[in-house]
Unconditional design. Structure first.
Length: 146
């Protein structure tokens, strides 16, 4: 009878004990330019991050600027193509749910997040690991404010 109570408790502790929220900040976010290109969709972590960004005052865009082709034609032809952006930053998100967190019943997920500075081409903030969706969103917004 005691085993029946012990096992679910052990599983619950092990699921909540293996979370990782490890933001890496490579360069600070320019809080004066809070514009960000985000992925389309509203499901799961993607939707929660978009809601949190909007609540924090970010202007969201789902479209990049036009793709530009420029160069010279002649004896030595040189043509380049590159994407342009209407926002200062871009958010890249990948995630998948593997369970539910006992703590707050939010999805337990594996995730990888990256914020890229479109002005410099450098990564500003990254986060990855596994955790509760609510915790990932909270720690991500905190990282952007540092």
């Amino acid at each position: 009878m005691k085993f029946g109570l012990f096992f679910p408790l052990t599983v619950a502790v092990s699921l909540t004990g293996c979370v990782s929220y490890n933001p890496q900040i490579y360069q600070p976010i320019d809080r004066a330019e809070k514009t960000i290109t985000v992925p389309t969709g509203s499901a799961g972590l993607t939707g929660q991050l978009k809601r949190a960004l909007a609540d924090d005052g970010w202007k969201l865009s789902v479209r990049r600027g036009p793709r530009v082709t420029e160069g010279t034609v002649g004896e030595k032809t040189k043509v380049e193509q590159y994407d342009t952006f209407k926002t200062r930053y871009e958010l890249r998100v990948s995630w998948n749910q593997f369970d539910v967190c006992i703590r707050d019943f939010s999805p337990a997920i594996y995730y990888d997040l990256s914020v890229i500075d479109n002005k410099t081409g450098e990564e500003s903030v990254t986060m990855g690991g596994r955790g509760c969706e609510s915790g990932v969103v909270e720690k991500f917004i905190e990282a952007l404010k540092k």
